[in-house]
Design a protein around this ligand. Structure first.
Ligand code: SF4
Ligand code: ZN
Ligand code: ZN
Length: 310
């Protein structure tokens, strides 16, 4: 008679099979396995301690929802932070979801509205700059706002929900194009330096599939629709290739990434050290910048202001 498969830690039926770890787990043990796994990564990579204040960037997608829930379960001091990008229905739906999750977890929610605070929406800024790469402007503004918020709340560290798929996809892309600066800076921890806060990615060892099942197991809502500006074909190809590799060689993505951190990253870091950029505070907003005059965001805003005056 065929043997019934059970959870590794109890007699319940499995909720999930973690292929690369050869583990069958019931819902309850899967939740505690994920939380413990993240806890171990936080400790191993010295991301933060229970004394630290952590700004957690929550977009509403499964990864950031998982992050806020895991850190909350682990008892860390977290400040969930949502940036309202003003992207029509997408931003509205995302805010509703994040708000609901914070209610369920009994956490406060801090919101930053781009248009309300910078006077212009991303769309207006990209129009004024006559630039079509919406994502690059959005990314610059998000990084800027995270830093400003981290200083405002006097937190010790900024945490984001990047998962193993995001990280290996970026690594693959940076290797294919030999982007030395990015390779030197890629990793789960970016130390506090030159006026920038420390940044960490506590979920970097977990596949996105497991985060999806974690959020489902916890019965938490999340935004399933993609941002209407999300990157198209090229990223999709990288993702497809990496998923194919992982399905056929379970565990290869994690190995690829961990070996990069151990063997290759130090070499790129050395190379970057030699051409290290000098940063100084922006004269308008005090954000660290390598530009001769004001920082990139202040120059975006100045150009936009001029454009709207005329
Ligand atoms: Fe911003 Fe682009 Fe991400 Fe949408 S897909 S949130 S526009 S960076
Ligand atoms: Zn179990
Ligand atoms: Zn500035």
């Amino acid at each position: 008679m065929a043997k019934l498969i059970r959870c590794k830690f109890c007699k319940n039926f499995p909720y999930i099979f973690l292929k690369e770890y050869r583990l069958y787990l019931c819902k309850e043990h899967f939740i505690s396995w994920i939380e413990n796994y993240v806890y171990e990564a936080i400790k191993e990579y010295k991301m933060f301690s229970h004394k630290d204040k952590i700004l957690v960037c929550v977009s509403g997608g499964k990864d950031s929802i998982a992050l806020v829930s895991i850190l909350n379960s682990l008892g860390y001091k977290i400040y969930p932070f949502f940036i309202d990008l003003g992207i029509k229905n997408f931003s509205k739906t995302s805010l509703k979801v994040v708000y609901k999750v914070c209610q369920i977890l009994n956490l406060p929610l801090y919101i930053y509205d781009i248009k309300g605070c910078l006077s212009y929406s991303i769309k207006e800024i990209s129009k004024a700059l006559k630039r079509s790469e919406f994502c690059s402007i959005c990314g610059t503004l998000k990084r800027y706002i995270m830093e400003i918020a981290a200083r405002y709340f006097k937190v010790d560290v900024i945490a984001t929900g990047h998962n193993l798929n995001d990280e290996t996809e970026n690594l693959f892309l940076n290797v294919l194009n030999w982007k030395i600066t990015y390779l030197a800076r890629q990793g789960p921890v970016l130390k506090e330096e030159k006026g920038f806060k420390k940044k960490v990615k506590p979920l970097f060892k977990l596949r996105e599939k497991y985060l999806y099942f974690y959020v489902k197991a916890k019965n938490l809502p999340f935004v399933e629709e993609k941002c209407p500006y999300s990157k198209g074909a090229t990223r999709y190809i990288y993702r497809k290739v990496l998923n194919f590799l992982e399905e056929n060689m379970p565990g290869c993505l994690l190995r690829f990434y961990l070996e990069f951190l151990r063997k290759a990253k130090p070499i790129f870091e050395k190379a970057l050290d030699q051409e290290s950029q000098k940063l100084h505070p922006c004269p308008k907003c005090f954000y660290p910048t390598s530009r001769k005059d004001k920082c990139l965001v202040c120059s975006y805003l100045e150009k936009t202001q001029k454009r709207f005056k005329n």
